[in-house]
Design a protein around this ligand. Structure first.
Ligand code: ATP
Ligand code: MG
Ligand code: MG
Ligand code: MG
Length: 471
């Protein structure tokens, strides 16, 4: 059965209200949490309660939380189901119900409320979690071969930050039946990364505290933290393989097609650009609505990167100047009913984004001049060295695909091997720098402040790397 995204969001919250949960509005994308740059999951606003530092007012809560993950920036457009900004549906129990109810209700919601076919759902549990395994097998009665045991990498969640609450988790996967990318169709399960199976739901059994060295100790309460990916659930409920084909992105993608005179689903490369713009414009609108402005560090730098990436992909589709405003308008219109801050800040969102766009178009223009000079001096050589392509990337912010596209019009190729070598070298240097120097100095600063203010333990920023590639 077809449900719109607005219906699905409401159905979820109402379903858990009926199960005794109090519905709370989404918290800010900027958490009141010194350990994190952004709200990366629905549990973030409740971290002190899970941790046992704060007593809960309600023991059962349900929310739809605005989230932003920078670790997925490069996945956007390259996987069918990763976003920077996304919404996470959640039901939380603070020392109230535990594994059995959490699993039962997840199943009930998916199969009865959303009417997803039970045979398309699979589950995973943490490798040693027999309790969760048996609930899936004996209470839910799904075939044993559809309950997988995964290790830490997949089925252990948290802490969100260097220390904090965490625990084993149990995930629900949806079988899209899409086997085109699978190397081993006979034996394909959610363990296969071909994309056929979508992780739509994750129930964390939050019962441990992890210290900075990963040592675990029991929390005062046993808790439930459910994170269900809203865009993914919308997509599978609407019979779509790709989140960008759900109704959530429909108007935005229509607007992008209009502006650039392109058609979605006609060309794989262009589709990536369309998806990146559709994704980033949501993140841009929400970040500015929360008072973030582009800058060279922290949250402002993430916003700057998102705008530049969107501009670059716009340029790949033919943009010669700022183009985001009307796309942001469609985002605001689509999401403003649920998130009125977008409507309130519409003017600010558009002004700030177009200022940043303009600046970047100017930089790109300088890069174009440089590139044209280079082309003239190539004297009919058919290949551009990777070194120059890398300079264009590094100094002028030209992604390789942009350089390639411009050159291909003149029948010139790029030495991609050399480019990749230089890129990898830079990445390694950046990684070494951020891993050792930057992180430690940040940490040290916070330790000093900490001593000074006699606050809690130290902290740091979650996954902030100013050198992360923008492409
Ligand atoms: P994945 O393995 O697909 O990257 P995850 O295990 O990192 O997802 P969780 O931390 O378990 O994700 O988050 C809970 C749920 O939020 C996931 O089951 C998924 O449905 C959704 N989700 C996670 N990351 C994203 C994202 N970048 N964009 C959209 N939805 C996401
Ligand atoms: Mg992930
Ligand atoms: Mg996962
Ligand atoms: Mg997960």
């Amino acid at each position: 059965k077809y449900f719109t995204s607005d219906e699905i969001r409401e159905k979820f919250l109402y379903f858990f209200e009926k199960k005794g949960h109090t519905r709370l509005p989404s918290s800010s994308l900027i958490p009141n949490d010194p350990q994190l740059l952004f709200t990366v999951a629905g549990m973030v606003p409740f971290k002190p309660i899970f941790w046992g530092k704060v007593e809960p007012t309600y023991t059962r809560i349900t929310t739809c939380q605005k989230c932003l993950r920078t670790n997925d920036i490069e996945n956007v457009g390259r996987t069918p189901r990763h976003h920077t900004f996304f919404e996470m549906l959640g039901n939380f129990s603070f020392g109230d119900y535990f594994k059995k109810e959490a699993i039962k209700w997840a199943w009930e919601f998916l199969t009865e409320e959303l009417e997803l076919p039970a045979e398309k759902l699979w589950a995973s549990v943490y490798e040693t979690d027999d309790e969760a395994f048996n609930i899936w097998k004996d209470d839910i009665k799904i075939p044993e071969n559809k309950i997988l045991r995964f290790g830490k990498e997949e089925n252990w969640w948290g802490p969100a930050g260097p220390t904090g609450p965490c625990g084993p988790c149990s995930e629900i996967y949806f079988d899209t039946g899409y086997t085109e990318n699978c190397p081993d169709q006979e034996n394909c399960t959610p363990a296969c990364d071909c994309g056929r199976f979508v992780e739509i739901w994750n129930i964390v059994f939050t019962e441990y505290y992890s210290d900075e060295n990963g040592n675990l100790s029991p929390l005062p309460r046993k808790n439930i933290d459910t994170g269900a990916g809203f865009e993914r659930i919308c997509a599978v409920t609407q019979g779509k393989y790709d989140n960008f084909d759900s109704d959530l992105f429909k108007e935005t993608i229509e607007e992008i097609q209009q502006i650039f005179g392109v058609k979605f689903r006609e060309n794989k490369g262009k589709d990536v650009s369309i998806k990146v713009i559709a994704d980033h414009s949501r993140a841009i609108a929400f970040l500015i609505s929360e008072g973030i402005i582009p800058s060279n560090e922290g949250r402002g730098y993430v916003l700057r990167r998102l705008i530049r990436r969107a501009v670059r992909h716009g340029a790949l589709l033919g943009a010669k100047g700022p183009f985001l405003n009307s796309i942001l308008e469609t985002v605001i219109k689509k999401m403003g009913k649920i998130y009125p801050e977008l409507i309130e800040k519409e003017g600010l969102i558009k002004d700030i984004s177009s200022m940043e766009e303009e600046k970047f178009f100017e930089t790109m223009e300088k890069g174009m001049e440089r590139l044209n000079n280079i082309i003239q001096n190539l004297n009919n050589q058919a290949t551009l060295s990777g070194k120059i392509a890398f300079e264009l990337y590094d100094t002028y912010g030209f992604p390789l695909d942009l350089t390639k596209e411009i050159l291909s019009e003149k029948g010139i190729e790029v030495d991609e091997k050399e480019f990749t070598e230089l890129m990898n070298k830079q990445r390694e240097m950046a990684r070494a720098a951020s891993g050792k120097v930057e992180y430690d100095t940040t940490k040290q600063i916070y330790k000093e402040i900490d001593k000074f203010l006699t606050l809690t333990e130290f902290i740091g920023y979650d996954k902030l790397s100013s050198t992360e590639e923008v492409q």
